[in-house]
Design a protein around this ligand. Structure first.
Ligand code: ATP
Ligand code: MG
Length: 332
């Protein structure tokens, strides 16, 4: 069953230098229990698309120009701020990059965790404290009861990020949205957090949107991969088929640039030649066309719609036939 249905979501920023088209006509469905990995270069609209659905964009300059986002059948974009607030941190858990700006420096970590738990669950007082201790333990923080009495600056960066993850998980959300949640962590801690999320999915059937630059994490964690570029979905589908048989030249570039298994520590994406589009003046047609060696004339004129590649959810937005183009160019 669909937990989340995003329909034609379109978001722009009105800036002094013109309108920035951050998210363009994004549509997808997320089933209950599914884990979606969202990838794409910096500026591709990954963060803005989730911030828009959670009502967290500053308006102005942001403007939702169109679309609906149905969560359990109800349109998040039509909800009041109060309704959204009660969903966020409750049914929808969030973990964002930059934990220092998300944690309050003058309150103890325990107090912050307890507030979230008391606001969104029936647990109060020492029951909430017990849950907070359990959560810190769960994210691998030693001596959790002592740690709850400390302030964010007494934690290392990796520990703060784990606290953010604990807060995101605190209310057993139906939907967990994580935006570069493990980017700042070393590989070992990252592996622990991924185990934790997998365990949560197994036990509670949590649905997950995992935004990352790291294709390796997507391969490990996600059922479905969604590749974004220029605020659009370029390709989407089950992780296995998309990794084995990409149909977008952009996905192909991202996968090709992956270091091999041995070079785990530096798995961040290598840059595809050329630079990302200026979204204040986006290219006409397929946004990736200017950097795509396989682009056809039509790519430079018309935006390709997302179309099915097979009957199992693999979809691509491309006018060209990538496998044929790769054969012709001698890549396979
Ligand atoms: N407050 C803002 N004002 C103007 N433009 C913005 C604002 N926030 C984001 N944008 C623009 O929206 C576009 C999408 O940004 P977004 O943050 O979603 O990218 P991203 O894919 O999350 O990138 P990253 O991987 O760097 O986090 C970019 O062109 C960005 O410059
Ligand atoms: Mg981002």
């Amino acid at each position: 069953m669909a937990l989340l249905e995003v329909e034609n979501l379109t978001v722009a920023f009105d800036t002094p230098s013109g309108r920035v088209h951050a998210v363009n006509d994004v549509s997808y469905t997320l089933d209950e229990g599914e884990t979606l990995g969202v990838v794409g270069e910096s500026g591709s609209g990954k963060s803005v698309h989730v911030l828009a659905m959670l009502g967290l964009l500053p308006k102005p300059p942001a403007k939702v120009l169109g679309g609906r986002v149905l969560f359990q059948g109800r349109d998040l974009l039509a909800m009041s701020q109060a309704e959204l607030r009660s969903l966020r941190g409750g049914q929808i858990g969030m973990v964002f990059q930059d934990p220092m700006s998300s944690l309050n420096p003058v309150l103890t970590v325990g107090r912050q965790l307890r507030e979230v738990i008391e606001r969104h669950t029936d647990l109060k007082g020492r029951h909430a404290d017990a849950r907070a201790t359990e959560l810190l333990d769960l994210v691998g923080i030693p001596r959790p009861a002592d740690r709850l009495r400390q302030y964010p600056h007494e934690f290392s960066g990796g520990m703060r990020q784990r606290v953010m993850i604990a807060i995101g998980l605190s209310c057993n959300p139906k939907l967990l949205i994580a935006d570069e949640a493990t980017t700042a962590l070393d590989v070992t801690v990252q592996a622990q957090i991924l185990d934790l999320v997998r365990d949560l999915k197994d036990r509670l059937g949590t649905t997950v949107i995992w935004i990352t630059h790291d294709m390796g994490v997507v391969a490990e964690l996600a059922d479905t991969i969604q590749v974004m570029y220029g605020g659009r979905i370029m390709e989407r589908g089950p992780v296995g088929p998309v990794f084995r048989d990409p149909r977008s030249a952009y996905t192909w570039g991202l996968l090709r640039s992956l270091p091999d298994e041995g070079a785990r520590a530096q798995r961040r994406l290598y840059q595809i030649p050329g630079s990302p589009p200026n979204m204040a003046a986006p290219p006409v047609g397929d946004p990736f066309a200017p950097r795509n060696p396989f682009a056809t004339d039509r790519c430079h004129r018309e935006v390709p719609p997302l179309r099915p590649v097979d009957a199992h959810g693999h979809m691509v937005a491309a006018w060209y036939d990538l496998p044929a183009a790769l054969r012709e160019a001698g890549h396979v």
